[in-house]
Design a protein around this ligand. Sequence first.
Ligand code: 5GP
Ligand code: MN
Length: 331
Amino acid sequence: MKEAAATIYVNDICDIVKRYHRFLITAHVRADGDAIGSEIALYYALKDMGKSVSIVNDSAVPQVYRFIVPNGGIYIYPELPKEEAEVVFALDCPTLDRLGKTRECIPKDAKIINIDHHISNENFGNINIVTDDVCATGEILLSILKEMKVKISSDIATALYVAIMTDTGRFTHTNTTPEALRAAAFLIECGARHNEVTKNVYNTNSFNQIQLNAHVLNTVKLHFENRIATVWVTKEMLEKTRVDAIDTQELADIPISIEGVYVGVLLREMTQPNWVKVSMRSRNGFDVNNIAKKFGGGGHKYAAGCEIQGSILEVQKLILVELEKGLLQKK
Ligand code: 5GP
Ligand code: MN
C-alpha cells in the first residue's frame, strides 16, 4: 500500500487501539496462508500492546499452517471466547458473508475494521483499508504496523512472511512486485523464520497426502483445445486417504501448471451434500474473477472461486460453458 494512504487510516486505527481493550480477529471461510498469517501477526502485535485478543475462524487451520498458531490457539466456530469484543478486525475478506459462521459472533456494537486486497471488497467496515495493488493482506498489514511504529518481532515477521509467500505462490505469481519482495526481505531482516516456513508449508507432505495427490492426478482432463484443465476431489477420495478437506487447497495449482493451459479448475465435493467448491487459476490475461462472479463468488483476476450446487460433473459442465465463452471472446 502507498505510504500516504497508510498514514491516513493508521491514525484512526491508532485511536481505536488506544481506546479499546478487547479485540477479535477473523478472516474468510477456509482461511488460507494470507488470512491466517495476517490474523496471527495482528494477534501478536495487539498482545504486545497488552490487549485482550482472540482469533475466531469459520473453518479449521490447514495442517501446513499449524506451526505458526500461537499458544492458546484459534477458536473455530462454534467454540468462542468468553469475552465480547469491542473491536473486530476482518482480514482478507471481501464481504461480511465470506466470514461464514463467524459473522454471527460479531457483537452488535462492535467497531469493524476491514483490511483486504480483493477487488470485490464491499467496504463493509467502520474503517476500510482496502487496496488491490498489493500482493497480500499481509503486505497491507505490514505497512500499517510499520506506520504504527510496532516492533516487528520474529513471530510477527514469520506470520507475515507466510501471508506474502503463499499469496504470491512462493514469489511466482504476477503479483510478485518489487514491493512484495522488499517486504519479504524486510521481514527476514526482522527475524522471519523463512526456512521453517518453506519446510512446513511446501516441503512436508504426509504419506496420505501423496496418495490423495495420486487419486487427484488420475482425474485430470483437458478441454477446449487443451486451453482448460480440470481435476477433482471427491468425498470418497478423502475418506479413503484420510485427508481433511481443509488440507486440499494447494491442489488448485496442479491443472494450471500444464503447458499451454489458460485456466486450471479444481472441483471439490463439499461437506454440504450436492455442492461443489470451485477454485480457478488462470494466466495470459484471462480473468477468472469475472467467471466466479457469475456464480456468486469472487477473488482476484488470476485466482478466484465460487460454490455451485450440483454433482461434480454437472458443476464442471456449468463452469466449462462460461470459461469457453470467455476464451472465445479472447480469441
Ligand atoms: P481458492 O480458489 O483458493 O479458494 O481462492 C482463490 C481466491 O478466490 C481467494 O482470494 C479467495 O478468497 C477467493 N474466493 C474463493 N472462493 C470464493 C467464493 O466463494 N466467494 C468469493 N467472494 N471469493 C472466493
Ligand atoms: Mn489474500
